[in-house]
Ligand binder design. Structure first.
Ligand code: GLC
Ligand code: MG
Length: 566
């Protein structure tokens, strides 16, 4: 009888459906970015989709992820693989249907995962109905985009000014239909919306409500700094870095980015999100200087992404450089706000391609063991490397508009190849042997299933980090950073009653012997929780003396106090 009752209690939640009890808003958790085309294909068309994501949500729970952010899944002609949106309130058929989306929200919430959508306010697709009507001058859409007649010089018509698209080339495109130029801060298939028009602002607020009504837990705002442009349409000052007027770096973007109105719109969106009961997150995508970046904290963002591990950490970084990277976010961030660390994303070369393994492991360790939100781009938990993609196979618009000689340094395709699940056909990503981007040739060795069995794999390391990160004690721990040698950087996360963890990395090409007693509260001996190289020197789960720690060249070590409860 008792067994029967226990059984009934156990299955009850499944029968009545589990209701989502959203966790309190957190400031220290693990966020995972899914690039939906590349995560998991459920229907064999060679492109990832929402059902595929549902099938592989368990990977996220096993990896101690708390929230997932989906790159765009809306209707799109895919000129920029989903960032060019032709209908903000529908799912692209490549990815599935609104029903699939509802199922995904439920499946995520059943696993206690928060779901964040990519909100792309700056532009639409040129195939969007609004743009098509704007092109024909049909009110009210005629004023939905940034149109300008241009200027006439010596009888020839020229764009209104010298503004350059953020993806290179002029930011203006002429359309005969309107006898005017439209502004596009990204590719020409992505016309910029006119935010001075209250109708546009209202439309985008409705877009937010549409998805909030469907249960999302927040938004990542795409290309935020480009939302408003100065209405005087003046030339931007030249940077002096290049003479090429089509080069991304030709001008200083003082009229096309970081405008005050761009900040002012954020609280209006925050207000809408806060009308909903469950906690709502706002993350901002912005590559800008420190003050323009930090300013978003004051306007309602949970955080602007911290891209310092991408933009400032290199293979030649010294320990002092690394300490500066780590300390400066905490120092510049307003008090009591949420710090965050991004190790990679779909616009950047793969972490391992940038830094090499094991320096890449140090970046992963920073992202997951430093206080705040740790952001992982899908595939980086298994240390995915970059695949050479031929000119013929190149699909990224940035790669395609470059030349055959230069596309490799520009194309974002290599960082977007399908996730390597196992050693079966198409790495277990798809039943189709032809996938939208080629599968990395190394998938037989580098894949989740194989890595789970290998104690030295990237994933095993990631798993260890994620287990530490989820510990409530570590969330409370303070942070102390130290330079131990020219290339040896270390930080401590110390708690009063639950032990401490010491993370050490040697970025140099030579071994180094360091003394950890420079940390004030450190005990004389520590346990080797993890060591990336040469386990004869630092055997796992063995006790070492802290005064003479031998760090092999390019290595990562995690040490814990013997009383550590994580
Ligand atoms: C953001 C996205 C990038 C996209 C661009 C235009 O930077 O991350 O992938 O191309 O915006 O939407
Ligand atoms: Mg598919």
């Amino acid at each position: 009888m008792r067994a029967v009752i226990a059984f009934c209690v156990a299955i009850l939640p499944l029968v009545i459906g589990i209701t989502w009890n959203p966790p309190e808003k957190a400031t220290d958790f693990s966020l995972y970015q899914i690039y939906p085309r590349s995560y998991k294909d459920s229907d064999g068309d060679g492109v990832g989709d929402l059902r595929g994501i549902i099938q592989r949500l368990d990977h996220l729970t096993e990896s101690n992820v708390n929230a997932l952010w989906l790159s765009p899944i809306y209707r799109s002609p895919m000129a920029d693989f989903g960032y060019d949106i032709s209908n903000f309130t529908d799912i692209d058929p490549t990815f599935g249907t609104l029903k699939d989306f509802e199922d995904l929200v439920k499946a995520a919430h059943d696993r206690n995962l928060s779901l964040i959508l990519d909100f792309v306010p700056n532009h639409t697709s040129d195939k969007h109905e609004w743009f098509q009507k704007s092109l024909q001058g049909i009110p009210p859409y005629d004023n939905y985009y940034v149109w300008h007649p241009g200027r006439v010089e010596n009888g020839t018509r020229k764009p209104p000014n010298n503004w350059v698209s953020a993806l290179s080339g002029p930011a203006w495109e002429w359309r005969d239909e309107r006898q005017a130029y439209y502004l596009h801060q990204f590719i020409k298939e992505e016309p910029d919306l006119n935010y001075y028009n209250p109708d546009v602002r209202r439309e985008m607020e409705d877009v937010l409500r549409f998805w909030l009504d469907r249960g999302i837990d927040g938004i990542r705002i795409d290309s935020m700094k480009y939302i408003y442009e100065d209405e005087r349409f003046l030339d931007e000052p030249l940077s002096g870095l290049t003479d090429d007027p089509n080069n991304i770096d030709y001008t200083l973007r003082i009229y096309t980015t970081d405008q005050q109105q761009t900040y002012d719109i954020l609280p209006t969106w925050r207000k809408i999100l806060d009308e909903y009961e469950q906690p709502q997150y706002i993350f901002i995508e912005v590559y800008a200087n420190t003050s323009s970046t930090m300013k978003y904290y004051h306007y309602g963002a949970d955080f602007p992404f911290n891209f310092d591990l991408i933009t400032n950490l290199t293979r030649t970084s010294t320990a002092a450089d690394i300490q500066h990277i780590v300390d400066s976010w905490y120092e510049n961030m307003p008090e009591d706000s949420t710090p965050n660390w991004v190790a990679g994303n779909h616009d950047q070369p793969r972490l391992v391609a940038r830094l090499g393994d094991p320096r890449a492991r140090a970046a992963t360790m920073f992202a997951l063991l430093l206080p705040g939100v740790g952001v992982t781009f899908n595939g980086e938990e298994i240390g995915m490397t970059e695949q050479y993609i031929s000119w013929e196979d190149t699909v990224d618009p940035l790669g395609c508009t470059a030349s055959k000689a230069t596309y490799q340094s520009i194309s974002r395709d290599p960082a977007r190849t399908p996730f390597q699940w196992d050693d079966s056909v198409s790495a277990g990503f798809s039943t189709n042997s032809h996938t939208w981007l080629p599968i990395n040739k190394n998938y037989k060795t580098y894949n989740l299933a194989t890595e789970k069995k290998d104690k030295n794999s990237y994933y095993t390391f990631y798993e260890k980090l994620s287990n530490l990160k989820k510990s409530p004690y570590l969330k409370e721990a303070n942070l102390v950073t130290k330079v131990l040698d020219k290339y040896v950087f270390a930080f401590a996360r110390e708690t009063e009653d639950h032990g401490s963890v010491y993370a050490v990395t040697n970025f140099g090409d030579k071994a180094s012997i360091v003394d950890l007693s420079v940390f004030d509260n450190i005990p004389r001996i520590l346990n080797v929780h993890y060591a990336s190289a040469d386990s004869k020197v630092l055997p796992w789960n063995k006790i070492i003396q802290i005064r003479r720690v031998i760090l092999p060249a390019r290595s990562v070590v995690i040490l814990t106090t013997l009383d550590a409860k994580f």
